[in-house]
Design a protein around this ligand. Sequence first.
Ligand SMILES: [Fe+2]
Length: 259
Amino acid sequence: MNILFIGDIFGRPGRTLVADHLRDLIERHGLDLVIANGENAAAGFGITPRLAGELLALGIDVLTSGNHIWDRREILEFLPQEPRLLRPANYVSGPGRGLYRGTARSGIEYAVLNLQGRVFMGPSDCPFRTADRELEQLPASCKIRIVDMHAEATSEKLAMGWYLDGRVTAVVGTHTHVPTADECVLPQGTAYITDIGMTGPYDSVIGINKETILQKFLTQMPAKFDAAEGDARLMAVLIRADAETGRALSIERLQLRAG
Ligand SMILES: [Fe+2]
């Protein structure tokens, strides 16, 4: 089974890359399942129902999110209607869910679990215990289990990788917008990467206009964060998994530039 996980889609540059390349990626790699983190799709802050619909229509099967999920008010009503858009499962309240169960194009059952870290981030319930609880709900027949660990600290993401090794197909990190080069298959068969990186503008500071961020660091005065535009790149990981066992066979990074 071939699974693509696309890193945080940021603003128009990120959405355009997905629109331009996803069909080709699905064909070229024989993808059965496409997952993407979409929490920065709306100009870097949150996602709207319309944008979620557009991304799903492009061939993304499940959208994950994180700390920006509540940025757009209209998402509150939308989340209960669209189970393919997740919010972190370890939030203490709020509409929507953090676990999605589906069947891939090839007929294979799968589940996607969205978690958020607690180190250098807003408060939430324990992501480790939440993972235990959510995974317990899944039937044994659902072998393909993909976890988005949306977190700031590399240590917390690595810890989640080890915690879930052998229990899920993959633990992938999102949120920092900076890709890491540590992709691997852990000893018990879980594919892992600390951060996939952002699908968006790299002529920026993690997606935001770099002059604004520099001024903020230099002056410590409030600033309005505007999404940057330049040097758009798509970052993703391609995971190959054994559909019978749910074990990952390989994980590789994919990077595409606009144009
Ligand atoms: Fe985030």
